[in-house]
Write a protein that binds this ligand. Structure first.
Ligand SMILES: [Fe+2]
Length: 305
């Protein structure tokens, strides 16, 4: 794994990337690594590849995804994948591979951080054969969807009310292409910078969005702020260029874990990635004070859940 020096401010305020020697898709409890992720750092496991068979690797092509989609997706608890353009046989092979990745990620998280109860909180698993910047996937169409800009993750249609978004990634590029990220300043610094430009939810808006099925449940004040922070950071070109940040390259065979609702991150380059998403209630989190919900409540002096 390689890092660039931090730029644009105090190196201490740029997200930590901590490398650990875990080489099995299970592991023992690692309270120190849990503290790293819960405080907004990234845990990188450079010796933890996801093994694929030759038959699976033969399906590592961009043409296996639907033209309009950026990934092949397996929703937790469902059998079938979406976003795939393949024969029935290949679909079965890809589904089994994605399911195996999900099981590996659950075992890894349950081993490292037992309190998270991974399988209970899984949302879905993605396989991304497309290169970042492949415009046919629609990624480059709007600044809001442009994940080469530093951002925190927030779900527009699926309000979390303060639950955490935990993600496990593995670079499965068959040759040597790293997944290149930028990571940015701490959540608290980013939030303090952009909160003055945010506004409250208009009366009735959360109810109406839910009623119109734009959201799966009413948006909370927390969700409304998180979406605005996502947008304000992405829309600010000067911030993107000059804020505290560093580049990190994750080579093929590397797995990494972070709370993507907390780490300012941008995916700059790479192709062929697995991603597992969890949504964790705060009752699973040890360092609740470091969570985005509590941080925003401290900064705004009000209850936001
Ligand atoms: Fe993201």
């Amino acid at each position: 794994m390689s890092f660039s020096p931090a730029s644009g401010g105090s190196p201490d305020d740029v997200a930590q990337v901590v490398s650990a020697t875990v080489d099995e898709w299970r592991g023992r409890a690692e309270p120190e690594l849990q503290a790293v992720v819960e405080r907004g750092g990234v845990v990188a496991l450079p010796a933890l590849p996801f093994e694929v068979t030759d038959r699976e690797r033969a399906l590592f092509t961009t043409s296996i995804t639907d033209e309009q989609r950026k990934s092949i997706y397996l929703r937790a608890g469902r059998d079938g994948v979406s976003g795939i353009a393949a024969s029935d046989t290949d679909r079965v092979t890809v589904s089994a591979m994605i399911r195996r990745y999900a099981a590996g990620a659950h075992a890894l998280i349950d081993g490292l951080f037992p309190g998270y109860r991974a399988a209970d909180h899984a949302i879905g698993t993605s396989f991304r054969p497309r290169a970042i910047g492949d415009v046919s996937s629609g990624q480059a169409l709007s600044w809001r969807k442009d994940d080469t800009r530093l951002h925190i993750d927030a779900f527009p249609s699926n309000p979390t009310h303060g639950d955490r978004i935990l993600r496990v990634f593995t670079n499965v590029h068959p040759a040597t292409m790293p997944r290149s990220w930028r990571v940015g300043e701490s959540f608290a610094s980013m939030a303090a910078r952009f909160l003055p430009r945010t506004s409250g939810l208009p009366p009735g808006a959360a109810w109406l969005l839910h009623r119109l099925r734009v959201t799966k449940r009413p948006r909370s004040a927390y969700d409304h702020l998180m979406l605005q922070l996502h947008d304000l950071a992405k829309a600010d070109a000067t911030y993107q260029r000059t804020c505290p940040q560093r580049s990190v390259d994750f080579p093929p065979g590397t797995t990494w874990i972070c709370f993507s609702d907390q780490v300012m991150h941008a995916a700059m380059a790479g192709q062929f990635l697995f991603e597992q998403t969890y949504r964790l209630p705060l009752t699973c989190i040890r360092d609740v004070d470091a969570s985005p919900l509590r941080t925003l409540e401290r900064l705004t002096s009000r209850s936001l859940a």
